[in-house]
Design a binder for this molecule. Structure first.
Ligand code: HH2
Length: 241
């Protein structure tokens, strides 16, 4: 899954793809590099990000989705039901939902539309202030399994929400649920800390390494900014498996 943030303020690619033409070209480029899905987002979820009004989010994402959908599977990265609905009408067939609350939208759209349920404690403004868990792995797993079971959606993916108030999860325990697992570590700030302060653009190797680690643990999809090196690593892994 290639990341396409049509936002001015995303933590790593903010402002780069605000122009719809540039965004579409980048989406097609990621598809050519091997992305199976292009994940279009119009609102940053970085810690402390301010909410974006519905109209503005729609203005950012809809032209890009319409242009990409004939060529590649498009997911809509949103927390708003109105945006998810309009994105599906524009051609998106996957709802990437960091709030894990939009199952009714995906369900109403019918069997051709899937849903990614991500775990987050609180919202992006507060999620890293003081996350508290008794048993983080069990809480995240039980939450996602319960949401998946009650979703009424045929195609459900689960995502532990790495960076959203937690660093690395025991992915094997999520994989053991039998639900397909999505993992997003790409360029996230914990990689900056682990690499001695590398800025977001200099976290490619760390991002590819953690994506490969997630795939080796059994993740079914990784959400990444750097598609070409991640696809190369994934192909290498599948050959050596
Ligand atoms: N991470 C981000 C956004 N959406 N969706 C899923 N399923 N999993 C993730 O880990 C995830 C996500 C945050 O990263 P990014 O889109 O690069 O930045 P921003 O939220 O600042 O736009």
């Amino acid at each position: 899954m290639g990341v396409l943030n049509v936002t001015p303020d995303s933590f790593s690619d903010g402002g780069r793809w605000l122009d719809p033409g540039a965004a579409v070209a980048h989406g097609l480029q990621m598809a050519a590099e091997g992305a199976d899905v292009v994940d279009v987002g119009g609102e940053s979820t970085r810690p402390g990000a301010e909410p974006v009004p519905v109209d503005e989010e729609l203005r950012r994402v809809l032209p890009v989705i319409e242009a990409l959908a004939p060529s590649v599977r498009v997911s809509i990265d949103t927390r708003k039901a109105e945006v998810a609905e309009a994105a599906i009408a524009a051609g998106a067939t996957l709802v990437n939902d960091v709030s894990a609350s939009l199952a009714p939208v995906a369900a109403a759209a019918g069997p051709g539309v899937g849903w990614v349920a991500m775990h987050m404690q609180g919202d992006p403004r507060t999620m890293q202030e003081s996350p508290t868990y008794r048993d983080v792995v069990a809480e995240v797993r039980d939450f996602l399994v319960e949401r998946a079971a009650s979703a009424g959606v045929a195609e459900v993916w689960i995502d532990p929400g790495i960076g959203f108030g937690k660093t690395m999860a025991h992915l094997d325990e999520l994989v053991a649920t039998g639900l397909p697992v999505v993992v997003g570590t790409s360029r996230k700030s914990f990689l900056g800390r682990l690499t001695g302060g590398a800025p977001a653009d200099d976290r490619v190797e760390a991002s590819v390494a953690t994506a490969a680690w997630a795939l080796a643990q059994g993740a079914a999809m990784v959400r990444v900014h750097d598609v070409a090196p991640t696809v190369a690593a994934a192909r290498l892994l599948s050959r050596s498996a």
